[in-house]
Ligand binder design. Structure first.
Ligand SMILES: Cc1ncc(COP(=O)(O)O)c(C=O)c1O
Length: 382
């Protein structure tokens, strides 16, 4: 069965009542039939039917052995990092989501975890960063916000040779476009707040694990830490995922149109979108994935012009987040990546002229008209 069909059918036929929309089991605890007997559920932190349908669904979509639904993408990443211990070394994508950088830099490094931040689109840097105590690589591809593309299959091979795990944050792509486990990764993690749920109405995280033993260890952490997704939010994610296929088809198409238009606009210095043939990751994504995604970053010549664009957009919302049906624009250096060292940010290209678009499902002509009017008179501002 194709991924788009599996997505639509999530939860169908799973409830004994025959409900097409799997119900929200809004309960914290479950009554036991008698001593020593169980319905399979006892307490909702350890397991809840609505969350379980989501967890089984995502595991099947990614072809992993087990899925887990967490209270947020950061809760998922935190629980994952708790699989490691003092003295363990991780290799991490340098321009990854600023919150993940902050979690490592300000929280886990305090507990003795070590991390090297590199450009994971460069395999030589990956090889060079390997140490005797390297236990995993945590990568985003395409990256946030510079849309650099890493070769999951080749990185997984390098990691296997060093007995290290490959963990992919697949938030930008989803299983509809890219399946990291099929490409060789061991763990996939999501901010399901984004494309997965798709309507900017819920904060959630998902994890899928390939190996049974590792899944057991993660299940222990999830239950011990308790950063689980509630039943109502699990239902919202399930409901959103049903339309992931058609949403992404439209978002991909819109993003391609906007990226090409921006590339031809005199005010724009650079456009970062892996669906442009000039992008270094274009061929790899074309070969290995079902599309290029709906995230575009672009650079304008000055901070004042970036601010003018943010203040002038009308249809597009100036808001932090991504992946929903509504188009959003963000200023990474001052929002998502504000916690990064300014010098490192500047070196990577996350500068004061860089804006990031999460392209929604509106009519592309309306989006273009909005960008056009927001850029009007740009020569006077630069
Ligand atoms: C790539 C990526 N990973 C993880 C996260 C964190 O997810 P959440 O905001 O759901 O905690 C985000 C949030 O923006 C993200 O963009």
């Amino acid at each position: 069965m194709r991924t788009s069909t599996k997505l639509v059918q999530l939860g169908v036929g799973k409830d004994p009542t025959g409900a097409i929309s799997f119900p929200v089991y809004q309960t914290s605890t479950f009554r036991h039939p008698s001593f020593g007997e169980s319905t399979g559920y006892d307490y909702s932190r350890s397991g809840n039917p609505t969350r379980q349908v989501l967890e089984e669904g995502i595991a099947e979509l990614e072809a992993g052995v087990k899925g887990f639904a967490c209270a947020s993408g950061m809760a998922a990443l935190t629980s994952l990092l708790l699989l490691f211990q003092r003295g363990d070394h991780l290799i991490v994508t340098e321009d990854l989501y600023g919150g993940t950088f902050r979690l490592l830099d300000k929280v886990f490094l305090r507990f003795g975890l070590e991390a090297t931040f590199i450009d994971t689109s460069d395999l030589d840097q990956v090889r060079r960063a390997m140490q005797n105590n390297t236990r995993a690589i945590l990568l985003e591809t395409p990256t946030n916000p510079l849309l650099k593309v890493a070769d999951i299959a080749k990185i997984s091979e390098i990691c296997r040779a060093h007995n290290a795990l490959t963990i992919v944050d697949n938030t930008f792509m989803t299983p509809y476009l890219q399946k990291p486990i099929a490409l060789g990764a061991d763990i996939v993690v999501y901010s399901a707040t984004k494309f997965m749920s798709g309507h900017n109405d819920v904060v959630a995280g998902l994890v899928v694990i390939k190996d049974e033993k590792l899944a057991e260890r993660f299940g222990f952490v999830q239950n011990s830490v308790g950063a689980v997704l509630g039943p109502q939010d699990s239902w919202l994610v399930l409901r959103g995922m049903k339309t992931l296929g058609i949403r992404l088809d439209r978002q991909n198409r819109n993003a391609g149109i906007l990226a090409r238009w921006l590339s031809n606009h005199a005010a724009i210095k650079r456009v970062f979108y892996p669906g442009l043939e000039t992008h270094p990751g274009y061929r790899l994504l074309k070969e290995k994935t079902g599309g290029f995604g709906a995230m575009i970053s672009f650079e304008v010549p000055s901070k004042s012009l970036a601010i003018k664009v943010l203040n002038s957009v009308r249809l597009i919302s100036y808001a932090e987040s991504l992946g929903g049906v509504e188009t959003l624009i963000t200023f990474p250096a001052y929002q998502t990546h504000a916690d990064m060292d300014p010098a490192a940010r500047e070196r990577m290209g996350i500068n004061d002229g860089l804006l990031r678009l999460s392209v929604g499902i509106e009519d592309a002509d309306d989006l273009l008209a909005d960008l056009e009017q927001a850029l009007e008179g740009w020569e006077a501002v630069v």
